[in-house]
Design a protein around this ligand. Structure first.
Ligand code: B1M
Length: 812
């Protein structure tokens, strides 16, 4: 049989379809992990595989979607036992069907947890969880690893890294996007392609969540960006609930017709939830004679963060912000030494607002533990900005530590022509992916002429390609030397740039401002040299984006070269509120200098305020600002209602509009919680003696508890005794506690339209149990009318209203 990758190159292949619903139909007991059923009831699982083989599928997925230690060990099995039984089941089905040319895909599904900083699963722990089933799959004789249904690129990276480190099988990586074309954690299709091609996976794809028609727009975006074959496994339409069961409406014939439209882009076709052997048979019939997709190589270098990609296409330059670099910056040096991340994060925000596309991160300072500090800084930056980063260190250990943890595909700054550097850095690029800045220097130093620098560039390109790192991933840096040290310096750099592009077909990068070192009015030289470098073909401009002169030159270049449609970006930069507003005004007669004004206190929402810090997810700053406001004598409730709530509302609106994603929501929630913890210390202490009077809970299915916690603290500060059952609390638990503790007042919180019915159900059960308690409800989606309609005694729009009602009911 052909190796799988050869088969993928030569023809269209068919994966199988839905498994879960078929297992249920075959008698999988409710609540039992499907994976262990493969050990306990192999015939049933084999029958499903056989049905797909008979339909014509030749890539059969093992029944191991949830096979990780925390999920299978409680059933008394090891990961290896479940995986080897699953692989054996596919092989047995092949024997039964008399099929010899099928491949076994070891299925790896998500852990069900979010990774830090958004959740509590550490990246290395995730890698370890995936490593065990992957090792077992290769040992059991699987033909490839199929990582599927991943809704977060960071978890996908952990799984791919685990696969690369623990087996030598081909890797197929498939993601689940939502209808808005984004992953749960905000990732775009281009960001997915950047990360996955950087990591070197063999096939990229989409599965689950949507039907073929809804998936089509995302799939087209993948096709436009990817240089590897694509896989497509949609559901049989969008799921719908009918009589308590999930059903899918797309029939086999419709499924086949809809998939045929996408088949010109998909080398591997199959199905996911709701699809059956009948769907697959129809699909195969409808598409088997269609021409194979022609996968084209894309020369664009994609760099990415967890959510977005930045494209270096060799034509349109991008700005790499250089400000997070301690060289010559005393404040940043002090901040790094003190571990003051907020200073670094603010530097990032300012550059982002000024218009940087990528941020350089350099933390090299004598005496600092660079691997630890670089990693920590990268993680902190990625928690609050969606801009991709350029990891800038000459310490390979620090580079590897940061690259491993980086959530996306970064720029790597840098490798050079020295053997030592090539040997240390190229393997890291191969393993983790990244656009690589290549410095044209070697053991003999920096060649004086362009010829010498090009020779080094060529050597690096050859060495990278020999390791399987494509040329498109390389940016040649012709090295900027000060013109004050040699009249030819700028010319040599520009010639190196021009020739590297023309002769080697690579992209280029340059730290621009070194050119003016030692001379007055540096910005004049920098700006002009920058324009000349752009003209010579500079792709990645490492500059200070906060400099109006530099950013002005950048926008002017793009407008003048026809890269800025209708000069939109140019105009936006200079208009009111744009990063360059007020700069580069035409020369006017000098006006008398205005008298210095005392610095105005920042308005709400501006940088430096509690609202701003919560919006940006700056935990430490938010806590410090909350303390300052409380110490300054502002009323604590006023701080909560006037700062925390509006900030979270703003973030919520961004989330709803799709401009912010779950990670930012989480970081803002953490910052708000931290600030609230501080504020709590300024409220009178609670009463701990005696039976609880008020039971509080966020209803079932809802994990929002910031508001409920505020209500709790305020009630306690008014000396009410509160029993807090937490969040996501089932009605039965609330009723049982209210009954057992004879609670006179129950307070329920719900923040989502989808969980408001759980509030209604809780009240229904409280009443049905004959409890005499009063019920107060609140939360963003609850209104007075809704509260009345579900039988609540009172709607409380905020925490203080809850206190007033408690006083009415309980006295005090
Ligand atoms: Co999410 N979330 N969230 N979220 N989140 C909302 C609620 C949302 C409106 C955002 C949006 O789209 N605009 C939206 C719900 C849409 C809807 O149903 N209409 C939403 C969504 C969709 C989601 C997820 C599904 C996102 C996803 O995963 N794709 C997910 C849900 C998970 C789940 O619950 N199953 C999710 C997750 C999260 C985070 C974990 C990231 C985080 C919560 C962290 C935490 O609470 N520990 C979060 C956050 C922070 C929000 C927003 C931005 C802020 C909520 C908040 O804390 N507000 C929110 C948007 C918004 O509300 N503007 C949003 C501040 C808080 C002080 O106000 O809770 O209203 P609030 O409490 C007030 C009053 O309402 C009242 O007093 C409080 C103080 O004045 N009150 C009571 C509250 N409870 C009371 C009970 C009472 C009396 C008064 O009696 C006892």
């Amino acid at each position: 049989m052909k190796p799988l990758l050869t088969a993928i190159r030569e023809g269209r292949l068919y994966l199988d379809g839905g498994m879960g619903s078929m297992l249920q139909a075959a008698g999988l007991p409710e609540g039992r992990l499907p994976d262990v059923w493969g050990v306990e009831n192999p015939q049933a699982v084999q029958a499903i595989h056989r049905a797909y083989l008979e339909a014509g599928c030749r890539l059969i997925t093992t029944n191991t979607f949830g096979t990780t230690a925390p999920k299978v060990e409680p059933y008394g099995y090891t990961v290896a036992q479940v995986m080897s039984a699953a692989v054996a089941n596919v092989r047995a089905a092949m024997d039964q069907a008399g099929v010899t040319d099928a491949y076994v895909c070891a299925d790896i599904g998500p852990t069900g947890k979010l990774l830090r900083p958004y959740g509590d699963l550490d990246f290395e722990e995730a890698v370890a969880r995936f490593a065990a089933p992957i090792r077992a799959a290769e040992e059991a004789g699987a033909d490839c690893i199929l990582i599927e249904t991943m809704s977060d690129l960071y978890e996908m990276k952990a799984a791919v890294v685990a696969a690369k480190e623990n087996c030598s099988l081909p890797i197929l990586a498939s993601l689940i996007f939502d209808g808005s074309g984004k992953l749960l954690t905000g990732g775009s299709p281009q960001a997915a392609v950047a990360l996955l091609e950087g990591l070197g996976v063999d096939v990229i794809g989409l599965n689950c969540g949507l039907g073929p028609q809804e998936m089509a727009p995302v799939f087209r975006q993948l096709w436009a960006a990817a240089s590897v074959p694509l896989l497509l496994q949609p559901n049989a339409g969008l799921p719908r609930s009918e009589g308590g069961k999930t059903v899918y409406d797309v029939t086999p014939a419709d499924y086949a017709a809809q998939m045929a439209e996408l088949a010109p882009m998909a080398t591997l076709l199959g199905g996911c939830c709701g699809t059956t052997p009948a769907h697959l048979a129809a699909l195969i019939q409808a598409t088997k004679d269609l021409p194979l997709p022609e996968v084209t190589w894309k020369d664009t270098l994609l760099i990415s963060s967890y959510c977005q990609a930045v494209a270096l296409d060799g034509r349109d330059p991008v700005v790499i912000g250089e400000r997070i670099n301690p060289t010559g910056k005393k404040k940043l040096q002090a901040a790094l030494r003190a571990g003051d991340m907020d200073y670094v994060l603010n530097e990032a925000f300012q550059q982002e607002e000024a218009g940087a596309h990528i941020l350089d991160v350099n933390v090299g300072l004598p005496g600092l533990d660079e691997p630890a500090v670089l990693t920590q800084t990268v993680e902190a930056l990625q928690a609050v900005t969606g801009l991709p980063l350029q990891l800038d260190t000459s310490n390979p250990e620090a580079m590897e530590a940061a690259l491993r943890r980086y959530n996306g595909k970064p720029l790597i700054n840098s490798v050079n022509g020295k053997e030592e550097s090539l040997a240390a850095i190229l393997p890291l690029v191969k393993k983790y992916g990244g656009g690589l800045v290549c410095l044209t220097l070697d053991d003999d130093g920096i060649p004086a002429d362009a010829e010498g620098r090009l020779a080094i560039a060529e050597k690096i390109v050859r060495r990278a390609e020999a390791m399987g790192i494509p040329r498109r991933e390389l940016l040649i840096d012709g090295l900027t030397m000060p013109v004050s040290a040699g009249g030819e310096n700028a010319k040599v750099t520009l010639e190196t740039l021009r020739r590297a592009k023309a002769e080697l077909g690579v992209k280029t990068a340059l730290g621009v401002s070194n050119v003016s070192f030692g001379l007055p009015k540096r910005e004049v030289l920098n700006q002009n040299f920058f324009t000349m470098a752009l003209q010579a073909g500079l792709d990645g401009a490492i500059i200070n984006p906060k400099s109006g002169a530099m950013l002005g030159a950048y926008h002017a270049y793009r407008a003048l070269m026809g890269l800025d449609e209708q000069c939109g970006a140019y105009m936006a930069a200079f208009q009111e509120g744009g990063p360059l507003a007020g700069t580069a005004a035409p020369a006017a007669p000098a006006a008398p200098a205005p008298a210095p004004q005392p610095a105005a206190a920042p308005a709400a929402g501006e940088e430096g305020t509690l609202q701003h810090s919560v919006c940006k997810g700056l935990k430490e700053a938010a806590a410090a600002q909350a303390k300052a406001l409380a110490e300054g004598g502002r009323d604590i409730l006023d701080i909560i209602n006037g700062e925390l709530v509006p900030a979270l509302d703003q973030v919520g609106q961004g989330f709803e509009k799709g401009t912010l994603f779950l990670p930012q929501l989480l970081m803002s929630a953490e910052a708000a919680k931290g600030a609230f913890q501080v504020l709590q210390g300024y409220l009178p202490a609670g009463e701990s003696q005696g039976e609880p009077q008020i039971l509080l809970a966020t209803v079932q299915g809802d994990i929002h508890d910031i508001g409920k916690n505020i209500v709790k603290v305020l009630l306690e500060s008014y000396r009410f005794r509160v029993l807090d059952l937490g969040k996501d609390v089932p009605p039965e638990t609330i009723v049982a506690a209210a009954q057992a503790r004879k609670i006179p007042l129950v307070g329920l919180s719900a923040l989502m339209t989808t969980t408001a019915p759980a509030m209604a159900e809780t009240i229904r059960q409280l009443r049905a149990a004959g409890l005499a308690c009063k019920v107060v409800v609140g939360g963003a989606v609850i209104t007075g009318d809704y509260a009345a309609s579900i039988g609540a005694d009172r709607y409380a729009p905020d925490a203080m209203a809850t206190v007033h009602y408690a006083q009415e009911v309980l006295g005090g």
